[in-house]
Ligand binder design. Sequence first.
Ligand SMILES: *Cc1c(COP(=O)(O)O)cnc(C)c1O
Length: 233
Amino acid sequence: MDSITDNLQAVTARIDRAAAAAGRDRRTVSLLAVSKTMPAEAVRSAVAAGQRAFGENYVQEGIDKIAALRAEGGPTLEWHFIGALQGNKTRSVAEYFDWVHTIDRVKIAERLSAQRPATLSPLQVCLQVNISGEASKSGCTPDALAALAEAVAALPRLTLRGLMAIPEPSADYEGQCRPLRQMRNLFEQLRARHPGLDTLSMGMSHDLEAAVAEGSTLLRIGTAIFGERKAKP
Ligand SMILES: *Cc1c(COP(=O)(O)O)cnc(C)c1O
């Protein structure tokens, strides 16, 4: 067994334990393997181990891997765009990806909807919330969320699925839980108005347990599956 197979098993075991500890049905927690900066070969290893959903942060790198894996004709994979999205890159994202987690303004959502090819099913989207209020981070403010959700839900070629957050890292468990719990509350409030929402995208390698405890339905895990990333030059 290669290390990616081992790592995927270890991550799956962590999710199993966290779900059991939280009294949650294990089937309500999915795993997105974040393959940013990793070669297509790493994705192939994860696919061989049974993983089907992958997250990418950089548009060109992502579509290169998507095209390479598709050309090989293996199992159907689900590709999630989880990076910061600029207006001039939306077309490629709309054409190649199945999901986008980082919608934080109406303008970007409108472009994605207009550019989603008619031959594909609607793009599945989450709204990113800047839950820790960090000036350097993308995401809409909690106050702006209801209006953004209303606008995005009305776009014909997008399906609003839920919320996504990258909280400020915290070394202690309770510090990790606090913003994740705020996200869960925002999600529940929004769901009263949009009953179809089913996705709370939160939890990374370091805070997976806290995220499962606070209701995450989609964990985005990179390092714990693929190993440390090289620093960007
Ligand atoms: C890189 C990244 C992850 C994965 O983080 P790890 O700490 O490597 O698990 C998850 N979400 C987003 C948005 C990322 O950019």
